[in-house]
Design a protein around this ligand. Sequence first.
Ligand code: SAH
Length: 359
Amino acid sequence: MQSVVLKDLTPPQLDEWLSELGEPAYRARQLRAWLYERGAPSFAAMTDLPAGLRARLAAAAVLETAAVVDRARSRADGSLKVLLRLRDGELVEAVAMPGESRPTLCLSSQAGCPLDCVFCETGRSGFARNLSPGEILDQVLLLRAELPPEAPRPNLVFMGMGEPLLNPDALLAALETLTHPEGLGYGGRRITVSTAGIPEGIRRLAAAPVPVGLALSLNAADPALRAALMPVAARHGIDELLAACDEYARSALRRVTIEYVLFAGINDRAEDAFALARVLRDRPFRINLIPYNPGERTERLRLPGGAEAELRRPGAAAVERFAGRLAGRVHAVTVRWSQAVDVGGGCGQLRARRRSRGA
Ligand code: SAH
């Protein structure tokens, strides 16, 4: 019999699977409590299930999809980054960041990423494969196990490795389990999916069982500059993406955020702020400014005019100036200084290091 990865199943699928084994519905409830809340280390540890069922589960099903193989805690802000090894040896990262009222968990959707944005470490280490629903879910469960028991329920952001909307089937299945009352019971307001801009994926996300927040990584209001930073921009224009976001936002429950990574001298000038305000005019979207978090090596960018520029993080004063130019012209602006910079907290940096060490 082929092994079933239980966390790949949504709560209704798990019910169905157990009923096919001839088990009553209350067994599914007991099993879900072990999977999503109590975190049993093995089927044998699920002591309220009959021994015969535990043995059948152990023979037919897989409990864990990932194991923590490395941890790095930031001395600067207390963020905890974990490196997870999946069953086939692939590595992915996930991060728990402290917050004022609650922690935020930053989740990966793919092992590596095919998009190859110039500024992102994940793209550099290549694309391996999509994650399964269970591998997405296990990041939440493993990170939650690292938090103090009294920590409030975290926010979840798909801003780790990979492009979530290039893995929509697993993403939607994981979102169903995360938000299902018989699953982890998260509210959609606690969850944000961040995309480099895949319109078809945005439309599919709009059909998620529970509405979640969407973040679009715009990073430039000028199409040529955006394409230089993000090769995927050649496939979908800014107008097309913003139209997909407008449609997404039409239901009041779906928030749209525009992410804008700031690079000194490249997209942080006065004219860049005014161009950004112009393309977002009248849209109820919050803008999140993210000062660039440089990796170990200096990246160079070929600008639309043909000149080359180095990617550098702007200083605090330049960031404030940029935010000030947007204020009053757009719906709302916030600045997010990357956390955990001292432990390679930027996307893909822990995995990149481990791979370059040959692990
Ligand atoms: N593929 C998705 C999710 C992963 S990236 C997306 O593109 O949105 C999550 C966010 O981190 C994006 O807004 C991206 O622009 C930003 N990001 C990537 N590398 C960064 C870096 N080195 N410094 C600052 N932000 C970065």
